[in-house]
Design a binder for this molecule. Structure first.
Ligand SMILES: [Zn+2]
Ligand SMILES: [Zn+2]
Length: 170
């Protein structure tokens, strides 16, 4: 999505919340700020002197689908309500209201699969040295995972490949 498309979704998120009488802040910045460093966090609500600013994970903004982006924006917009800076009772109440009316699945914490994104930190294969036992994490199929016999470890040992169980991280 482009920056202006993301900004439009933010305006929609704010409008939907207000339509249900949810007291989101009046001075939310209309410009969503993209965060290129965040890996595990998909959105953030930053309180600036000029008003709340909604930050969005840049990978989600660029590769995520519209519904996932909108849902994260709604999650963050709800943090601008009075006494909603955490995920306590009041924030949860508003989140449930949005879920019921618009079919969102807003949760306290999101994860990659929840948002329909591929988790690029997920280890898919281990390439293991038969001599020194060193293990190399591979995130996707490649020549070395397909043909380990063509390669050697730094120690000179031959290699074998094992599929990593789902959910394996480096
Ligand atoms: Zn939150
Ligand atoms: Zn080795």
């Amino acid at each position: 999505m482009t920056q202006s498309e993301v900004n439009q979704l933010l305006a929609l998120a704010i409008r939907q919340a207000r339509d249900l009488g949810i007291p989101v802040a009046k001075n939310i910045s209309p410009v969503v700020e993209l965060n290129f460093r965040a890996k595990n966090r998909f959105g953030c609500c930053i309180h600036r002197p000029t008003g709340p600013v909604i930050e969005l994970n840049a990978k989600l903004a660029m590769e995520g689908n519209r519904d996932a982006i909108l849902q994260v924006l709604v999650h963050e917009v709800l943090h601008t309500c009075p006494t909603c800076s955490n995920h306590d009772y009041r924030w949860q109440f508003y989140a449930n209201l949005m879920n019921q009316h618009y079919g969102y699945n807003i949760q306290r914490t999101d994860n990659f699969s929840n948002l329909g994104l591929e988790d690029d930190r997920q280890v898919k294969y281990w390439v293991i040295c038969n001599r020194c036992g060193k293990r190399f994490a591979r995130l996707k199929r490649s020549a070395v995972t397909d043909y380990p016999e063509r390669y050697r470890c730094q120690c000179g040992g031959t290699l074998r490949v094992e599929k990593a169980p789902p959910g394996t991280r480096r």
